[in-house]
Design a protein around this ligand. Sequence first.
Ligand SMILES: NC(=O)c1ccc[n+]([C@@H]2O[C@H](COP(=O)([O-])OP(=O)(O)OC[C@H]3O[C@@H](n4cnc5c(N)ncnc54)[C@H](O)[C@@H]3O)[C@@H](O)[C@H]2O)c1
Length: 403
Amino acid sequence: MKKIFPCIIGLGYVGLPLFVSLKKKFKVIGYDISKTRVKELKKYEDRNKEFNRNDLKLKNRSLITSDHIDIKNSNFYIVTVPTPIKKNKLPDLRHIKSSFNIISKYIKQGDIVFLESTVYPGTTLEICKKIINRKKKNIDFFIGYSSERINPGDKIHNIKNIPKVVSIDSNKKIISTVKNVYKNISKRIVFTKKINEAELSKLIENTQRDLNIGLMNEIMILCEKAKLDFNEVIRLANTKWNFLNFKPGLVGGHCLPVDPYYLSYYAKKLKFNTKITLAARKTNNFMEQFILKQVILELKKLESYKKKKITVMGLTYKSNVPDHRNSLAVNIYRKLKKINKNITAYDPIIENSFIKENNINNNLKEIMKSEVFIILVKHKQIVQAIKFAKKKKKIIIDPLSLI
Ligand SMILES: NC(=O)c1ccc[n+]([C@@H]2O[C@H](COP(=O)([O-])OP(=O)(O)OC[C@H]3O[C@@H](n4cnc5c(N)ncnc54)[C@H](O)[C@@H]3O)[C@@H](O)[C@H]2O)c1
């Protein structure tokens, strides 16, 4: 078997863990278009706070680079670049297209390419494969798709123990090379032949979650209108064996607010107007307004609340991750600040660039002097701080019953 020489294209939340796993076994090239990200990683700094200095030390002559010429000797390419939506909510594949344009400069006879970004069915075969074919008409290469299920901040479901769907329609020799790479990433590989089915499976995983959270959000809004205790209603429902224990929440990040649009776009291409796929989107976005209103109502109950020292606890899109993409907590904080300039925020793990740009002071001693705490995200540091605040009989506003 030919020596495997992998490269990862895009070293973000998804790409960096793959790079870290593969460098234990192979010489790996980690390529990212962002010079800042590469500079930080070369200094062993991960702004996503998933890895420490030791994890990032390079082994087996691996390399991190922002110069794409460095991938020229690779023969196993894994693409993990962002797949956002445009303003009009349609899929934005510009990062995917630019990565495959780069790969087509260097790809050689017999090389293997895997797409891991979340995409709608047909992207791998009808867009990515065609980009390479257009530029390199005379070479035979192999292309596959492997969905990424990594869950940043989750210490239980980690990259090694999450089963990995890997799809490639090829011969035994290629499948065995693919196994030799992916077995270093996940303990359980689920092989499938039809790439379009693997692409679709990823979209439905996230759409299902978006819908389930959306239903809980809707019930929470209903309970407020009906003046019923949402938590009590859920406690009762939960005693049934098949009631699913989803929680209401502020849905954000790069996946749930995006992937249902990819799914609905795919259905529309097939002239099928889905009725359920996007049903949770409006409700989940409306939670920003709903929670803001709840918080303001609670604040107004306090005597001269505008003079009180108030802190919003947590700004990222979910607990224990620094990612603030599409974070509704950030929007709520900004709106609260318009009402009362003195409101501050505490988020000890949010990306440093956000802290600088938004003038956040994370000095816990200072923060603990606040009289009112509004909990929006449940980082473990926030749980600790609130325990202390409760002891000191501070006012706690916890609209999502997080703590
Ligand atoms: N973040 C998650 O938890 C998660 C989980 C499962 C799947 N996904 C999917 O994985 C994909 C990547 O998401 P992410 O969260 O890792 O994004 P990210 O923004 O954290 O990282 C992407 C990286 O790709 C780089 N990049 C962009 N264009 C490039 C190019 N042309 N060449 C090289 N590098 C390029 C960016 O600079 C960035 O560092 C998306 O499709 C996302 O939906 C993400």
